[in-house]
Design a protein around this ligand. Structure first.
Ligand code: ADP
Ligand code: MG
Length: 703
């Protein structure tokens, strides 16, 4: 029998929760903290001192020796610099563990090596971390001991955002303010805040750690750069939702426990489409906490894998030819008095507030499809979006039959008198209950799908932070809400005005609605006819950040300054170039030091065999054919390797970041693909004993 897990007991046991604060803080300080958490503003230094002391005592009681301001620089992962609570010993030489309010609220990591895209020259390299009081502090335990982690935002000396959290928090304020104007128009005066909620479904692969370590490509690039397909792929669909293997099950159990302790509401787990691929989804929560928690999920997935002799691959495309990994970002808006603005109710056609919200979102997505596309791009995701895999790179909105019908009526007549109903699902088996079905089926091919009471943005990459997609979603919808409120607040006849506005928005922006098969070639053609952008790669999406409409949007809601946007562009180009550079160098290394030598040895042994067989008077034609075939691949590899080395050297000499990034995409990547072809073909010919690394079959079927 395995040990019992008491979820209630362990849940959030490593979090400085509200309940812990309530228990440990004087009433007035607790009240002040909650007020700032809920309504914004600043904590007084006196209160901060009290909170810091309580936090430190709690952390130390739980074994902590250090604290860190935990932040999310533009590398896309989290950063921490540990400081111990140790202070000067007192007169008797006794150590007093210390932590002040000042240290809690503000930090100044010497973080000049983080990407800043020119926002911070090294001579003015000050960067500050500021406590995000809305995201709870937690304890992280690893080889360095127990560390108190304080979620923080990271800004430059001049207040420019150097991280992913600051713009997200700004966007949350913007959407709250604008959404409030909308709900007020409909008579909801009780709400004082509108919260963006997010639930990300995280996909990942698990491979055996020993095998992983034998593949330089997995170690350095997080994905395989070579590898012939295994005889079996995902075609039988026997992995999706399949029984979870023992070793994986033990991993998932351990992972859940670690996440629950951190207050992450890990909820669903299942095998995904590709062999060795899995998914974990937590219960949705406030956007910035969801972002922080998703970072913890990714980190914990990797950490726990090590304990089980496994390695967790979060890359969007670790293996060619089988499904890659993404992150479905479920997003909705809820007032603090409990109304989900995306809940259509039983009869959406009569729910005018919902229809206005929907019309605004459709308008926002159509107007800023390019920005949404950008927010979901990273280097790895280029292998999915617009490549051979779902979802497509074209943004469209899926509404489902019921809402599509309502929209159609509104566009055609300005009225939506009817509403399709769900009806009964009849199984035809008398012992099974007939249940009411949803009025809308699911569409798995849409990048932006309405799923009942939320939108599911399915483009996001598995390794990426979900901060950018949610910042963009909040920003673009805030803008649409603002414009609608500007009109409606002045309207003499509100009912008429709102009716006209919904019709106007839906009519103007209906081209973004698409309920068909998003994977089909016909859609690509149709989307082009509709004038929808089809941005094929990460770096082609970069300059969507600084178009006139984007700069205006971000400026209006104080989410990004132009300088911040330009710095982000610079960083994106640099990141792209650096990543492809690492991949190219890894390929060169593997090809020249492992693969080509192995193939040479193999041809030598074949040649020896040919001679021996002939000398023995037998027919060596089969061996000769094989030798010729392998030798052909060998010369093709050598030629492709030389070419890759050439273009790689050229790429390094380009100084302009954008130019360099495009050179990597157009020239270096192509040379990489050309090298991969003969290598993968050779792998199919060469004796498995001789092949210098574990194969796809070894990696994804033998976990
Ligand atoms: P699916 O069937 O789409 O795979 P999952 O259960 O795996 O569904 O994930 C759905 C995600 O959506 C979960 O994280 C869930 O908490 C989240 N979610 C549910 N309702 C909302 C909502 N109103 N707003 C945001 N996220 C939500
Ligand atoms: Mg799911």
């Amino acid at each position: 029998m395995s040990e019992m897990i008491n979820v209630e007991e362990i849940f959030a046991s490593k979090v400085f929760t509200r309940a812990t604060m309530k228990e440990r803080l004087p009433k007035n300080v607790y009240k002040e903290v909650i007020k700032v958490m809920e309504q914004g503003g600043e904590l007084s230094l006196a209160a901060a001192d009290v909170v810091a002391k309580a936090m430190k005592d709690w952390a130390v009681e739980n074994g902590a020796t250090h604290y860190t301001h935990w932040f999310q620089p533009l590398t896309g992962i989290t950063a921490e610099k540990h400081d111990s609570f140790v202070s000067h010993p007192d007169e008797d030489g006794k150590m007093i563990m210390d932590f002040s309010g000042k240290e809690l609220i503000k930090g100044e990591p010497d973080a000049s090596s983080f990407p800043s895209g020119g926002l911070r020259a090294t001579f003015e390299a000050r960067g500050y971390t500021a406590w995000d009081i809305t995201s709870p502090a937690f304890l992280k335990e690893d080889a360095t001991g127990v560390i108190l982690c304080i979620p923080t935002a990271f800004c430059s000396y001049k207040g420019e955002a150097l991280d992913k959290k600051t713009p997200l928090l700004r966007s949350m304020e913007a959407i709250s303010e604008q959404a409030l104007r909308i709900v007020r128009l409909f008579g909801n005066t009780g709400a004082s805040k509108v919260v963006a909620s997010v639930g990300p479904e995280q996909e990942y692969f698990l491979v055996d750690r020993e095998k992983y370590l034998q593949r330089a490509d997995l170690v350095f690039a997080g994905r395989t750069l070579f590898g012939a397909p295994a005889p079996k792929g995902q075609e039988l669909e026997d992995h999706y939702f399949g029984t979870i293997r023992e070793r994986i099950g033990a991993y998932m159990k351990d992972l859940n426990i670690e996440l629950w302790k951190l207050g992450v509401t890990s909820k669903t787990q299942h095998n995904e489409v590709a062999p060795a691929q899995h998914e974990l989804a937590p219960i949705y929560e406030t956007a910035n906490i969801a972002v922080d928690h998703n970072q913890l999920v990714m980190e914990t997935m990797k950490k726990v894998a090590g304990r089980h002799g496994l390695t967790c691959l979060l890359h969007e495309k670790p293996f060619a030819g089988v499904n890659g990994s993404g992150k479905h970002n479920n997003w909705s808006l809820t007032t603090d008095n409990g109304v989900n603005l995306l809940d259509p109710g039983e009869t959406p056609n009569e729910n005018i507030q919902f229809l206005l919200v929907l019309a605004c979102i459709i308008k926002a997505v159509d107007r800023h499809a390019d920005l949404l596309r950008q927010s979901a791009s990273d280097v790895g995701n280029d292998h999915r979006l617009g490549a051979n895999e779902a979802p497509p790179a074209i943004i469209s909105v899926f509404l489902g039959e019921q809402l599509e019908d309502v929209v159609k009526q509104l566009v055609e007549t300005g009225e939506a008198a009817r509403c399709l109903e769900g009806g009964k699902l009849e199984t035809g088996v008398s012992t099974l209950p007939d249940f009411t079905k949803d009025a809308t089926d699911r569409n798995r091919t849409s990048p932006f799908a309405f799923t009942g009471n939320k939108f599911e943005f399915r483009m996001v990459g598995s390794a990426d932070s979900i901060a950018s997609p949610n910042t963009i979603l909040n920003a673009i919808v805030a803008e649409a809400f603002c414009e609608a409120a500007d009109v409606l607040e002045k309207a003499e006849d509100f009912d008429l005005a709102v009716h006209d506005l919904i019709k106007e928005y839906l009519t103007k922006h209906q081209r973004i609605i698409f309920n068909g098969d998003g994977y089909s070639d016909a859609w690509v053609v149709e989307a082009e006819r509709r004038g929808l952008p089809n941005i094929k790669s990460m770096i082609e999406a970069v300059d969507t950040l600084t178009t006139e409409k984007s700069v205006k949007l971000f400026h209006k809601f104080g989410i990004f300054t132009e300088a911040e946007l330009e710095s982000r562009e610079e960083i994106l180009y640099e990141t792209y170039a650096k990543t492809i550079n690492i991949e190219a160098l890894t390929m060169i290394d593997m090809a020249s030091k492992q693969i080509i030598p192995a193939v040479i040895r193999y041809t030598k042994s074949l040649a020896d065999t040919v001679i021996a067989v002939r000398d023995a008077g037998a027919d060596a034609s089969a061996q000769i054919d094989l030798l010729k075939a392998v030798s052909d691949k060998l010369s093709a590899m050598k030629a492709a390797l030389t070419k890759l080395e050439e273009v790689e050297a050229e790429a390094g000499a380009i100084s302009n970041a954008k130019e360099q990034a495009f050179y990597y995409k157009d020239v270096v990547k192509e040379a990489m693909e050309k090298l991969r072809v003969p290598v993968d073909e050779a792998e199919m010919l060469v004796d498995k004993q001789v092949w210098p690394m574990p194969t796809y079959g070894d990696l994804i079927f033998e976990v």
